[in-house]
Design a protein around this ligand. Structure first.
Ligand SMILES: Nc1nc2c(ncn2[C@@H]2O[C@H](COP(=O)(O)OP(=O)(O)O)[C@@H](O)[C@H]2O)c(=O)[nH]1
Ligand SMILES: [Mg+2]
Length: 362
Protein backbone atom coordinates (compact mmCIF):
# COMPACT_ATOMS: atom_id res chain seq x y z
CA UNK A 1 0.00 0.00 0.00
CA UNK A 2 1.19 3.56 -0.72
CA UNK A 3 2.56 5.80 1.96
CA UNK A 4 0.66 9.07 2.34
CA UNK A 5 2.18 12.04 4.07
CA UNK A 6 2.97 15.70 4.35
CA UNK A 7 6.32 17.52 4.26
CA UNK A 8 6.22 20.72 6.33
CA UNK A 9 8.69 23.41 5.29
CA UNK A 10 9.09 27.13 5.91
CA UNK A 11 11.36 29.67 7.59
CA UNK A 12 12.28 29.37 11.29
CA UNK A 13 9.44 30.36 13.59
CA UNK A 14 6.80 30.07 10.86
CA UNK A 15 4.91 27.54 13.00
CA UNK A 16 5.99 24.25 11.40
CA UNK A 17 6.41 22.19 14.56
CA UNK A 18 3.20 23.61 16.05
CA UNK A 19 1.32 22.75 12.87
CA UNK A 20 2.79 19.23 12.93
CA UNK A 21 1.58 18.83 16.54
CA UNK A 22 -1.83 20.20 15.50
CA UNK A 23 -2.08 17.78 12.59
CA UNK A 24 -1.04 14.87 14.83
CA UNK A 25 -3.70 15.79 17.35
CA UNK A 26 -6.35 16.23 14.67
CA UNK A 27 -5.53 12.89 13.06
CA UNK A 28 -5.41 11.16 16.46
CA UNK A 29 -8.89 12.52 17.21
CA UNK A 30 -10.20 11.45 13.81
CA UNK A 31 -8.61 8.00 14.24
CA UNK A 32 -6.13 8.30 11.42
CA UNK A 33 -2.91 6.51 12.35
CA UNK A 34 -0.15 9.07 12.17
CA UNK A 35 3.62 9.16 12.60
CA UNK A 36 5.68 12.31 13.08
CA UNK A 37 9.19 12.33 11.63
CA UNK A 38 11.70 14.92 12.78
CA UNK A 39 14.11 15.71 9.95
CA UNK A 40 15.71 18.64 11.75
CA UNK A 41 19.08 17.51 13.14
CA UNK A 42 19.41 20.85 14.98
CA UNK A 43 16.01 20.60 16.69
CA UNK A 44 16.32 21.19 20.42
CA UNK A 45 14.28 19.46 23.08
CA UNK A 46 11.67 16.84 22.46
CA UNK A 47 9.18 18.87 20.48
CA UNK A 48 5.45 19.08 21.13
CA UNK A 49 4.75 15.51 20.12
CA UNK A 50 6.57 12.20 20.21
CA UNK A 51 8.67 11.58 17.14
CA UNK A 52 8.21 8.17 15.53
CA UNK A 53 11.51 8.77 13.73
CA UNK A 54 14.08 11.32 14.84
CA UNK A 55 16.96 12.20 12.52
CA UNK A 56 19.04 13.13 15.60
CA UNK A 57 19.40 9.38 16.20
CA UNK A 58 21.32 9.26 12.92
CA UNK A 59 23.36 12.45 12.73
CA UNK A 60 24.30 15.47 14.78
CA UNK A 61 24.82 19.05 13.65
CA UNK A 62 27.20 19.65 16.59
CA UNK A 63 29.34 16.72 15.57
CA UNK A 64 29.39 17.82 11.93
CA UNK A 65 30.44 21.33 13.04
CA UNK A 66 33.25 19.98 15.21
CA UNK A 67 34.52 17.34 12.83
CA UNK A 68 34.12 19.18 9.54
CA UNK A 69 34.83 22.69 10.78
CA UNK A 70 31.51 23.93 9.38
CA UNK A 71 29.14 26.63 10.54
CA UNK A 72 25.60 25.78 11.67
CA UNK A 73 23.97 26.02 8.22
CA UNK A 74 26.81 24.20 6.47
CA UNK A 75 26.65 21.43 9.06
CA UNK A 76 22.91 21.06 8.45
CA UNK A 77 23.48 20.64 4.71
CA UNK A 78 26.25 18.17 5.51
CA UNK A 79 23.84 16.13 7.66
CA UNK A 80 21.27 16.12 4.87
CA UNK A 81 23.92 14.87 2.44
CA UNK A 82 24.81 12.08 4.89
CA UNK A 83 21.13 11.20 5.20
CA UNK A 84 20.76 11.14 1.43
CA UNK A 85 23.70 8.77 1.04
CA UNK A 86 22.51 6.34 3.70
CA UNK A 87 19.58 3.95 3.81
CA UNK A 88 18.79 4.87 7.44
CA UNK A 89 15.63 6.88 6.74
CA UNK A 90 14.31 4.31 4.30
CA UNK A 91 14.87 1.54 6.88
CA UNK A 92 13.19 3.52 9.64
CA UNK A 93 10.18 4.39 7.49
CA UNK A 94 9.86 0.75 6.53
CA UNK A 95 9.53 -0.13 10.24
CA UNK A 96 6.47 2.14 10.54
CA UNK A 97 4.40 -0.21 8.40
CA UNK A 98 2.16 -2.71 10.10
CA UNK A 99 0.78 -5.43 7.86
CA UNK A 100 2.17 -3.45 4.94
CA UNK A 101 0.01 -0.44 5.88
CA UNK A 102 1.71 2.86 6.65
CA UNK A 103 0.40 5.49 9.03
CA UNK A 104 0.06 9.02 7.67
CA UNK A 105 3.61 10.36 7.91
CA UNK A 106 4.28 14.02 8.75
CA UNK A 107 7.82 15.28 8.14
CA UNK A 108 8.91 18.28 10.22
CA UNK A 109 11.77 20.00 8.38
CA UNK A 110 14.41 22.51 9.48
CA UNK A 111 13.79 26.18 8.74
CA UNK A 112 16.87 26.77 6.58
CA UNK A 113 15.57 27.48 3.09
CA UNK A 114 18.90 26.47 1.49
CA UNK A 115 17.51 22.97 1.91
CA UNK A 116 15.37 23.45 -1.14
CA UNK A 117 16.47 26.79 -2.61
CA UNK A 118 19.91 25.61 -3.74
CA UNK A 119 20.63 22.17 -2.37
CA UNK A 120 19.20 19.02 -3.89
CA UNK A 121 19.61 16.57 -0.99
CA UNK A 122 16.14 17.04 0.47
CA UNK A 123 14.50 16.54 -2.90
CA UNK A 124 16.53 13.42 -3.55
CA UNK A 125 15.66 12.04 -0.09
CA UNK A 126 11.97 12.59 -0.82
CA UNK A 127 12.36 11.14 -4.33
CA UNK A 128 13.85 8.03 -2.77
CA UNK A 129 10.83 7.67 -0.46
CA UNK A 130 8.52 8.19 -3.41
CA UNK A 131 10.25 5.45 -5.39
CA UNK A 132 10.66 2.97 -2.52
CA UNK A 133 7.26 3.24 -0.85
CA UNK A 134 5.18 4.72 -3.64
CA UNK A 135 4.97 7.70 -1.27
CA UNK A 136 2.23 10.24 -2.06
CA UNK A 137 3.59 13.33 -0.38
CA UNK A 138 2.28 16.87 -0.27
CA UNK A 139 4.44 19.82 0.72
CA UNK A 140 3.09 22.50 3.05
CA UNK A 141 5.12 25.70 2.96
CA UNK A 142 4.39 27.98 5.90
CA UNK A 143 4.64 31.76 5.84
CA UNK A 144 4.02 33.75 9.02
CA UNK A 145 1.15 36.24 8.68
CA UNK A 146 3.52 38.79 10.25
CA UNK A 147 5.12 39.18 6.80
CA UNK A 148 1.87 40.67 5.49
CA UNK A 149 2.60 43.65 7.72
CA UNK A 150 5.69 44.57 5.67
CA UNK A 151 4.80 44.55 1.96
CA UNK A 152 8.34 43.92 0.68
CA UNK A 153 8.70 41.00 3.10
CA UNK A 154 5.44 39.57 1.83
CA UNK A 155 6.68 39.74 -1.77
CA UNK A 156 9.89 37.99 -0.67
CA UNK A 157 7.77 35.33 1.05
CA UNK A 158 5.78 34.80 -2.18
CA UNK A 159 9.05 34.34 -4.06
CA UNK A 160 10.19 31.85 -1.45
CA UNK A 161 6.89 29.93 -1.69
CA UNK A 162 7.25 29.82 -5.48
CA UNK A 163 10.84 28.55 -5.11
CA UNK A 164 9.66 25.80 -2.76
CA UNK A 165 6.97 24.79 -5.27
CA UNK A 166 9.37 24.64 -8.19
CA UNK A 167 12.26 22.99 -6.36
CA UNK A 168 10.45 20.36 -4.30
CA UNK A 169 8.30 19.24 -7.22
CA UNK A 170 5.55 17.92 -4.95
CA UNK A 171 1.83 18.66 -4.79
CA UNK A 172 1.96 21.83 -2.77
CA UNK A 173 -0.11 23.93 -0.37
CA UNK A 174 1.16 27.29 0.82
CA UNK A 175 -0.03 28.13 4.30
CA UNK A 176 -0.41 31.56 5.86
CA UNK A 177 0.22 30.65 9.49
CA UNK A 178 -0.92 32.36 12.71
CA UNK A 179 -3.83 34.19 11.02
CA UNK A 180 -5.36 34.63 14.48
CA UNK A 181 -2.69 37.31 14.95
CA UNK A 182 -3.46 39.16 11.68
CA UNK A 183 -5.20 42.01 13.56
CA UNK A 184 -1.94 42.88 15.24
CA UNK A 185 -0.39 44.10 12.01
CA UNK A 186 -1.07 47.20 10.00
CA UNK A 187 -1.94 45.66 6.65
CA UNK A 188 -1.63 47.71 3.46
CA UNK A 189 -4.38 45.62 1.80
CA UNK A 190 -7.11 43.38 3.19
CA UNK A 191 -6.28 39.82 4.24
CA UNK A 192 -7.97 38.41 1.11
CA UNK A 193 -5.30 40.05 -1.03
CA UNK A 194 -2.56 38.33 0.96
CA UNK A 195 -4.35 34.98 0.75
CA UNK A 196 -4.96 35.19 -3.01
CA UNK A 197 -1.51 36.58 -3.87
CA UNK A 198 -2.90 37.74 -7.25
CA UNK A 199 -2.06 41.00 -9.02
CA UNK A 200 0.84 41.39 -6.67
CA UNK A 201 1.95 44.63 -8.37
CA UNK A 202 -0.85 46.40 -6.44
CA UNK A 203 1.29 46.21 -3.35
CA UNK A 204 4.39 47.75 -4.92
CA UNK A 205 3.52 51.39 -4.03
CA UNK A 206 3.48 50.34 -0.36
CA UNK A 207 7.02 48.97 -0.48
CA UNK A 208 9.70 51.22 0.88
CA UNK A 209 11.20 52.76 3.96
CA UNK A 210 10.19 55.95 5.70
CA UNK A 211 12.81 58.70 5.47
CA UNK A 212 14.79 59.04 8.66
CA UNK A 213 14.71 62.33 10.54
CA UNK A 214 17.05 64.76 8.70
CA UNK A 215 20.48 65.01 10.26
CA UNK A 216 21.36 68.48 11.59
CA UNK A 217 24.35 69.01 9.27
CA UNK A 218 23.28 67.30 6.09
CA UNK A 219 19.80 68.89 6.37
CA UNK A 220 17.33 66.95 4.17
CA UNK A 221 19.83 64.55 2.61
CA UNK A 222 18.30 61.59 4.47
CA UNK A 223 14.89 62.18 2.86
CA UNK A 224 16.50 62.24 -0.59
CA UNK A 225 18.38 58.98 0.17
CA UNK A 226 15.18 57.27 1.26
CA UNK A 227 13.36 58.42 -1.89
CA UNK A 228 16.14 57.08 -4.12
CA UNK A 229 16.23 53.81 -2.14
CA UNK A 230 12.46 53.43 -2.35
CA UNK A 231 12.47 54.05 -6.09
CA UNK A 232 15.02 51.27 -6.62
CA UNK A 233 13.28 48.95 -4.15
CA UNK A 234 9.93 49.44 -5.88
CA UNK A 235 11.46 48.79 -9.29
CA UNK A 236 13.00 45.53 -8.07
CA UNK A 237 9.87 44.53 -6.15
CA UNK A 238 7.76 45.26 -9.24
CA UNK A 239 9.89 42.84 -11.31
CA UNK A 240 9.64 40.12 -8.62
CA UNK A 241 5.86 40.61 -8.47
CA UNK A 242 5.68 40.20 -12.26
CA UNK A 243 7.66 36.97 -12.02
CA UNK A 244 5.47 35.51 -9.27
CA UNK A 245 2.30 36.64 -11.09
CA UNK A 246 3.48 35.11 -14.38
CA UNK A 247 3.76 31.67 -12.79
CA UNK A 248 0.28 32.11 -11.31
CA UNK A 249 0.93 29.33 -8.79
CA UNK A 250 1.14 31.02 -5.40
CA UNK A 251 -1.83 31.44 -3.09
CA UNK A 252 -2.19 30.82 0.64
CA UNK A 253 -4.45 28.73 2.82
CA UNK A 254 -4.88 30.55 6.17
CA UNK A 255 -4.21 28.58 9.35
CA UNK A 256 -4.93 29.24 13.00
CA UNK A 257 -3.60 26.06 14.51
CA UNK A 258 -5.69 26.39 17.68
CA UNK A 259 -8.94 26.39 15.66
CA UNK A 260 -10.34 22.96 14.73
CA UNK A 261 -12.21 24.29 11.67
CA UNK A 262 -9.06 25.89 10.35
CA UNK A 263 -7.06 22.69 10.83
CA UNK A 264 -9.89 20.62 9.30
CA UNK A 265 -9.90 22.83 6.18
CA UNK A 266 -6.15 22.45 5.83
CA UNK A 267 -6.36 18.67 6.29
CA UNK A 268 -8.99 18.50 3.52
CA UNK A 269 -6.73 20.48 1.18
CA UNK A 270 -3.68 18.34 2.00
CA UNK A 271 -5.72 15.18 1.41
CA UNK A 272 -6.99 16.49 -1.90
CA UNK A 273 -3.47 17.40 -2.99
CA UNK A 274 -1.85 14.02 -2.28
CA UNK A 275 -4.93 11.93 -3.04
CA UNK A 276 -5.32 10.51 0.47
CA UNK A 277 -8.34 8.24 0.63
CA UNK A 278 -9.84 10.33 3.45
CA UNK A 279 -13.12 8.93 4.64
CA UNK A 280 -11.94 5.33 4.44
CA UNK A 281 -10.03 5.61 7.70
CA UNK A 282 -11.89 8.59 9.10
CA UNK A 283 -15.71 8.42 8.95
CA UNK A 284 -17.39 11.82 8.69
CA UNK A 285 -18.71 11.65 12.28
CA UNK A 286 -15.20 11.19 13.61
CA UNK A 287 -13.91 14.09 11.56
CA UNK A 288 -16.68 16.29 12.99
CA UNK A 289 -15.82 15.13 16.50
CA UNK A 290 -12.17 15.85 15.89
CA UNK A 291 -13.00 19.38 14.76
CA UNK A 292 -15.28 20.01 17.75
CA UNK A 293 -12.87 18.60 20.30
CA UNK A 294 -10.05 20.59 18.83
CA UNK A 295 -12.03 23.73 19.63
CA UNK A 296 -11.75 22.96 23.32
CA UNK A 297 -8.29 24.35 23.16
CA UNK A 298 -9.09 27.46 21.17
CA UNK A 299 -7.03 30.39 22.27
CA UNK A 300 -4.06 28.25 23.21
CA UNK A 301 -1.70 25.83 21.61
CA UNK A 302 -3.31 22.62 20.41
CA UNK A 303 -2.80 20.13 23.16
CA UNK A 304 -1.35 16.81 22.06
CA UNK A 305 -3.88 14.03 22.46
CA UNK A 306 -3.12 11.99 25.55
CA UNK A 307 -6.25 10.33 26.96
CA UNK A 308 -4.46 9.19 30.15
CA UNK A 309 -2.95 12.38 31.49
CA UNK A 310 -5.67 14.62 30.07
CA UNK A 311 -8.50 12.50 31.40
CA UNK A 312 -9.03 14.51 34.58
CA UNK A 313 -9.46 17.70 32.60
CA UNK A 314 -11.77 16.34 29.97
CA UNK A 315 -15.50 16.94 29.93
CA UNK A 316 -18.07 14.14 29.51
CA UNK A 317 -18.07 14.29 25.77
CA UNK A 318 -14.33 13.95 25.51
CA UNK A 319 -14.30 11.17 28.08
CA UNK A 320 -16.87 9.28 26.01
CA UNK A 321 -14.57 9.77 23.07
CA UNK A 322 -11.62 8.40 25.04
CA UNK A 323 -13.71 5.31 26.00
CA UNK A 324 -14.56 4.75 22.36
CA UNK A 325 -10.87 5.14 21.57
CA UNK A 326 -9.96 2.48 24.13
CA UNK A 327 -12.62 0.13 22.81
CA UNK A 328 -11.32 0.66 19.30
CA UNK A 329 -7.81 -0.16 20.47
CA UNK A 330 -9.00 -3.32 22.22
CA UNK A 331 -10.73 -4.55 19.09
CA UNK A 332 -8.64 -3.58 16.07
CA UNK A 333 -10.25 -3.82 12.64
CA UNK A 334 -10.38 -7.34 11.25
CA UNK A 335 -8.38 -6.80 8.12
CA UNK A 336 -5.49 -4.67 9.37
CA UNK A 337 -3.88 -3.20 12.47
CA UNK A 338 -1.84 -0.07 12.77
CA UNK A 339 0.86 0.96 15.12
CA UNK A 340 -0.26 4.42 16.17
CA UNK A 341 2.07 7.01 17.58
CA UNK A 342 -0.10 8.74 20.12
CA UNK A 343 1.17 12.25 20.84
CA UNK A 344 2.14 12.93 24.44
CA UNK A 345 1.86 16.03 26.62
CA UNK A 346 4.20 18.90 25.73
CA UNK A 347 7.60 18.65 27.38
CA UNK A 348 7.71 22.41 27.87
CA UNK A 349 10.05 22.91 24.93
CA UNK A 350 9.16 24.77 21.78
CA UNK A 351 11.18 22.57 19.45
CA UNK A 352 11.89 25.41 17.05
CA UNK A 353 15.02 27.13 15.93
CA UNK A 354 16.54 29.74 18.17
CA UNK A 355 15.41 33.31 17.58
CA UNK A 356 17.62 35.08 15.11
CA UNK A 357 19.63 31.94 14.32
CA UNK A 358 18.88 32.32 10.65
CA UNK A 359 17.31 35.12 8.68
CA UNK A 360 15.99 34.32 5.23
CA UNK A 361 15.49 37.80 3.84
CA UNK A 362 18.28 39.82 5.41
N1 LIG B 1 -0.94 32.62 17.69
C1 LIG B 1 -0.43 31.58 17.03
N2 LIG B 1 0.83 31.21 17.31
C2 LIG B 1 1.35 30.16 16.64
C3 LIG B 1 0.59 29.45 15.67
N3 LIG B 1 1.39 28.48 15.18
C4 LIG B 1 2.57 28.58 15.82
N4 LIG B 1 2.55 29.58 16.70
C5 LIG B 1 3.67 30.02 17.59
O1 LIG B 1 4.78 30.39 16.79
C6 LIG B 1 6.00 30.08 17.47
C7 LIG B 1 6.92 29.29 16.56
O2 LIG B 1 6.33 28.06 16.28
P1 LIG B 1 7.17 26.76 15.90
O3 LIG B 1 6.17 25.69 15.62
O4 LIG B 1 8.22 26.45 16.92
O5 LIG B 1 7.88 27.24 14.56
P2 LIG B 1 8.94 26.48 13.64
O6 LIG B 1 10.26 27.07 13.95
O7 LIG B 1 8.51 26.80 12.23
O8 LIG B 1 8.84 25.02 13.95
C8 LIG B 1 5.61 29.30 18.72
O9 LIG B 1 5.66 30.19 19.80
C9 LIG B 1 4.17 28.88 18.44
O10 LIG B 1 3.40 28.76 19.61
C10 LIG B 1 -0.75 29.88 15.39
O11 LIG B 1 -1.48 29.35 14.55
N5 LIG B 1 -1.20 30.95 16.11
MG1 LIG C 1 10.38 23.61 14.48
Amino acid sequence: MSLFGCVVVGPPGAGKSTMCAGLCRYHALSKRPVALVNLDPACEGEGLTTFAIDVRDFCSVDRAMAEQGLGANGALLFCMKELEQSTWLRDEVEKLAVDECFPYVIFDLPGQTELFSHDGSLRRILDDLKRTFDARLVAAHLVDVAHCGVPSHYVAACLLSLTAMLRLELPHINVLSKVDLADRYELAMNLEFFKDARELHRIVPFCGVRPRAPEPVAGGAAAGDAARYNERLQKLTGRICELVDDFGLVCYQPLDVSDGDSVARLVRMLDKANGHPAGVHAPAALVEDATDLFLLHKGGRPMPWDPESDDAKLDDRVRAFADADEAARAAPPRDRTYRTHAPRAPAGSGGGEEDGAFSWYS
